[in-house]
Design a protein around this ligand. Sequence first.
Ligand code: ADP
Length: 456
Amino acid sequence: MSNPWHTFFWRLAAICGAALVLGAVIGQAALLLALALAGILAHTLFKLHRLQTWLGSQQQTPPHERCGIWHEIYSLLRRRSNNYRRRQQRLLILVRAFREAAEALPDGIVHLAADQRVVWFNQPAARHLGLHWPRDAGLALTDLLRWSPAALAWLRQGVSEPLTDISAAVGNDSGSGSDRRLGLRMVRYRGDGEQLLIVRDISQMMRLEQMRRDFVANVSHELRTPLTVLHGYLDLLDPEESPHLAPALDEMRTQSTRMARLVEDLLTLSRLESGQPLQEERVRVTNILSTLRREAVALSQGRHQIEVDNLAGVDLHGSARELHSAFSNLVTNAVRYTPDGGRITIAWQHNQEGGATLSVTDTGHGIPPQHLERITERFYRVSNSRARHSGGTGLGLSIVKHVLQLHQAGLEISSTLGTGSRFSCVFGPARILPPVGTAASDDTGAQTGLDAGSDA
Ligand code: ADP
């Protein structure tokens, strides 16, 4: 028991003892004891009332008590309240430091509550998105991004992927910014759904990217004419007239053909990346499959067993030319990377998502798992010697990926080393059309795409 309690009980005992003694003298011991206890109770109630009044008030300093239990209680409460205040100040300093650090960031940050209402944002966010503090605090993000249909569509779709390119807020106070490009990214950082919207000015990056694309497109375009001229002259030279030059002429023809294919593939990639909308139409998959079979047979020259299965029987909505070019790349690869005697299966079948999948399966060399993630990058090759020898450009799968992206489709690759690979183009239900008419009446539409895209 602590000292104040000691004193308290001694005092209680002394008061009760004195009341009893006095009571015995006057013959009213019980009455005096009751009066003494009532007095003690009243005193304690009074102190409790003071404590309650103080706790309910805004006052920092507690009522004065010189000693005793109440002095001890008030001292403890004062200490606790001082500690609490010190901690609060430390937190305040920390929050201020964080906010200052957030202000110093070059990227815009918008702190959102679980219902996507704005809690706070930094200066760069205000600049990029045209926000004002405190006017826009508490408003829904959808109201603040109303100027950008792309951003609204992104929010509706659930923001799972970053949004890479929108124009900066038009009509913000600075009046500038309409030519700026922004990237948006949503980061969920707390279990109760609070999120951070990160806004990045990607204008410079987009400009550099555009310069790179223009450069590649221009160089490829400029190379086309000299290559055609070289080709022409090489065709004029007859190796039989100068047999000692025959091997050199042969090699020059092979290399110039390879360069021409490289230039064509680069131009195809530039076209796909240009952002121009595709010419979309009904794509007769039956016709594409027949063309793919013809191309595979021609390329294989009897070295492989070629199988084509049209299990889905449906058509696609998209660009016949680009789709054929993508599928043809996969078939060409399958023939190139499958040793003689292997089997290549091209299948068109329904998938679990309600769409359809075109898969090209081979029994070839296969691809080591560590390469699968990067295999669709430009010029990425699993084995340089084998790929060069195969005559590929290193751009085929990159083209496939771009074409599929433009059709909101995905490329799935599964491969086992030494056993074979499967490349699947997975189309969603929105791209699938029920078949109509017969192949004979369809030839015109699909044939246009196939002829233009035929490169095998
Ligand atoms: P390339 O023109 O070199 O074939 P691609 O982009 O089409 O370029 O393919 C990239 C690389 O992926 C190839 O170099 C090859 O190593 C590998 N690859 C592609 N398809 C297959 C396949 N069916 N079997 C094994 N490897 C493949």
